[in-house]
Design a protein around this ligand. Structure first.
Ligand code: NAD
Length: 352
């Protein structure tokens, strides 16, 4: 066994159907008294309902979270924090809402309680991102890591099936890259493999019946594990490519992950055979890359960058960007091979 370092992240997880009812108690444990609830405009009604549960702890709702956390949105939210004299931020929603809470925590040091409603996993990472002048700046700071995460699968029943599938594949991508990360370790490996397995089992059931409570619980459990390893191991080519494609070509976040993952697994396969064996096993497939491609296809996930709106004449630029920055990856970054990878992803061809 190789030597390793394992750092635990100090957060508390409350998991299970109906656990949102413990919100007031959890806020009390943090010794907070004025909670500002954050959400996207689309989830305002749910946020208001959650805030009502807080009774006297409710300091207001701000339904202003936007994808990629634009800095103007953070400035507006800062005014709400000041006006309400909030001493706690409650993030009700997916990565966009949790991202806004993190940006506010970075400026104010206020504690975050997260109630995630997608599988993106931001609630268990110390990673933040803020977009200014169309550039997303990311960083790590323990102050943005939520103090408490309440995973209540009952709150995810309304996440549309197709969104659930893409969000779940996004989570699987975190775990897949954690399995071959240079700074991974046996504990991260266990969580990553179990996370893929739980999501791989749950997503087809959710597609069949979005109201399947047990499948929703399995998926949220998987999302927690996958998010945790995203926060603990360095991500490689897949996350870099998705970040580049999202930022430079404005492609949708979760869908881009769904399209790219099988291709990146094929690229990295020869350099990370034991990670690939674990991914294949968790998927119940013979081969990680092909297994992931077939799995995504069976779920009706997008298979090509073309259908996400990627311009064909952007592929060369994307390949240039992919080799430009230094980041850890099991296989060295070879421009010609990456350009071929991007072409296959653009066309929706099986990974090779
Ligand atoms: P999202 O938060 O943008 O949500 C997508 C849409 O689904 C929104 O309109 C939202 O209101 C809606 N929605 C969410 N939950 C719902 C539910 N249960 N029912 C109905 N509608 C619901 O999407 P996301 O994929 O969760 O997050 C993506 C963002 O998170 C990206 O910006 C990504 O960069 C970031 N992210 C950050 C980290 C991190 O560690 N910092 C990790 C993963 C993702």
């Amino acid at each position: 066994m190789d030597n390793f370092v394992y750092t635990t992240q100090p957060f508390r997880v409350v998991f299970g159907a109906g656990t949102v009812s413990s919100l007031g108690e959890e806020v009390g444990r943090l010794r907070c008294a004025r909670v500002l609830t954050l959400s996207t405009p689309q989830q305002e009604a749910g946020a208001a309902e959650i805030a009502r549960r807080l009774g006297p702890l409710d300091a207001g709702v701000l339904a202003g979270a936007v994808m990629h956390v634009p800095s103007g949105c953070v400035d507006r939210a800062m005014r709400a924090v000041e006006e309400t004299a909030a001493d706690c931020l409650l993030a009700y929603g997916g990565g966009s809402t949790i991202g806004l809470a993190k940006a506010l925590a970075l400026r104010t040091g206020l504690p975050i309680v997260a109630v995630p409603t997608t599988y993106a996993g931001s609630e268990v990472t110390p990673i933040y991102g803020i977009t200014e002048d169309r550039v997303k700046r990311t960083g790590r700071d323990p102050v943005v890591l939520p103090k408490v995460v309440i995973y209540d699968p009952a709150l995810t029943l309304g996440l549309p099936a197709a969104v659930s599938v893409n969000s779940g594949l996004n989570a699987i991508a975190h775990a897949a890259e954690a399995l071959y990360a240079h700074d991974g370790n046996p504990i991260v490996g266990l969580m990553a493999a179990s996370g893929i397995e739980a999501l791989a089992r749950a997503l087809p059931l959710i597609l069949k019946d979005p109201g399947d409570a047990d499948a929703r619980a399995q998926a949220l459990y998987g999302a927690w594990l996958c998010g945790t390893v995203l926060g603990q191991a360095s991500m490689g080519l897949h996350h870099k490519l998705c970040h580049t494609l999202g930022g430079s070509f404005n492609l949708p976040h979760a869908e881009t992950h769904a399209v790219m993952l099988p291709h990146v697994l094929a690229y990295n396969g020869p350099s990370a055979p034991s990670a690939m064996a674990r991914i294949a096993k968790a998927l119940g497939a013979d081969d990680a890359a092909l297994g992931m491609h077939r799995y995504a296809a069976a779920l009706g996930a997008p298979l090509s960058l073309r259908e996400l709106g990627m311009p064909a004449d952007g592929l060369d630029h994307a390949a240039d960007l992919a080799v430009k920055a230094e980041y850890p990856n099991p296989r060295p970054l070879e421009r010609a091979a990456l350009r071929r990878l991007l072409q296959r992803a653009y066309d929706g061809a099986p990974p090779a």
